[in-house]
Design a protein. Structure first.
Length: 283
């Protein structure tokens, strides 16, 4: 971990890594996903960017978003802290989350409830443990994990996933209020609604990777029925039942980059493995 990795916005969340410390990649992932460690996100992006460092990591994130068909997403910071020109949509986050939870490594990291951050004797830093702050894991049967988020521009954000009887659902919240319910509680309500629907019920379709082109506009890339107000038929009653309980936004300036980072970095790890190399942390 370098001094540049620790250069994060004052008051933003950090896991407690130290400059000069040497940590396993898995530890960086756990620090990012369990405790929103912005310095861990910076270190992962730098590592994932290879010779181009953090800038290369950001490019990989945005390239991966396009590969997934997430054309309403542009990451400007590795951690998801507010940055110039950064945005996403609830639809794009669902695309990204689907790909994340298809990856066994990501599922294991996201479902971890407690992790140890090792001591760094040379920096006189003692070991400590961290807990997963995503309460969905503790209170929702079948929860796979997810990610909380908050910035001044994005407000409260949340991505969560659960699986029951072989059926996996993902929920995304942007621009949410938490006056009556926390983000994970609103996510749990949406998951309850989704699991209560028949298996064949749908309020839209998530495109498959490669199904859209870079020339697609946001309105073309997103099925109209996936946007607010697009529900019809049997599921419209379910939506009305949620009205007043949940407040979501389909397209806002967002600073929740962890899932985009996840796909960009995990994709690079696979390419390195295929070439017979393993990414090595640089301190």
């Amino acid at each position: 971990v370098t001094d540049a990795d620790l250069d994060i916005e004052p008051g933003s969340s950090a896991v407690g890594l130290v400059a000069g410390g040497r940590y396993r990649v898995e530890t960086l992932w756990l620090g990012l996903l369990l405790r929103s460690g912005n310095e861990a996100a910076n270190a992962l992006a730098r590592l994932g960017g290879g010779a181009d460092g953090m800038a290369g990591g950001l490019r990989a994130m945005n390239e991966q978003a396009r590969l997934l068909g997430a054309y309403q997403t542009h990451a400007a910071t590795p951690s998801g802290l507010d940055g110039p020109g950064q945005f996403t949509s609830a639809y794009d986050l669902a695309l990204i989350a689907r790909a994340c939870f298809d990856d066994g490594h990501f599922r294991r990291y996201a479902a971890t409830r407690e992790a140890a951050i090792p001591a760094q004797p040379r920096q006189r830093a003692t070991a400590f443990t961290i807990d997963n702050d995503n309460q969905l894991l503790y209170h929702y049967p079948g929860a796979l994990g997810g990610k909380t988020g908050y910035t001044d521009l994005a407000r409260h954000t949340y991505v969560g996933a659960a699986e029951r009887d072989g059926r996996r659902l993902v929920v995304t919240l942007l621009g949410a209020d938490v006056l009556d319910q926390r983000g994970w509680q609103q996510g749990a309500a949406l998951l309850d609604w989704g699991f209560a629907l028949p298996h064949a019920a749908s309020v839209g379709v998530l495109v498959r990777p490669g199904a859209t082109t870079a020339s697609a506009t946001p309105s073309a890339a997103v099925p109209p029925q996936a946007l607010p107000g697009g529900a019809s038929g049997a599921d419209s009653a379910g939506r009305r039942a949620l009205a007043g309980q949940l407040r979501t936004a389909s397209y806002v300036v967002l600073a929740l980059g962890s899932t985009v980072l996840a796909l960009g970095f995990l994709g690079r790890r696979r390419r390195l493995r295929a070439a017979g190399r393993r990414p090595t942390p640089r301190g």
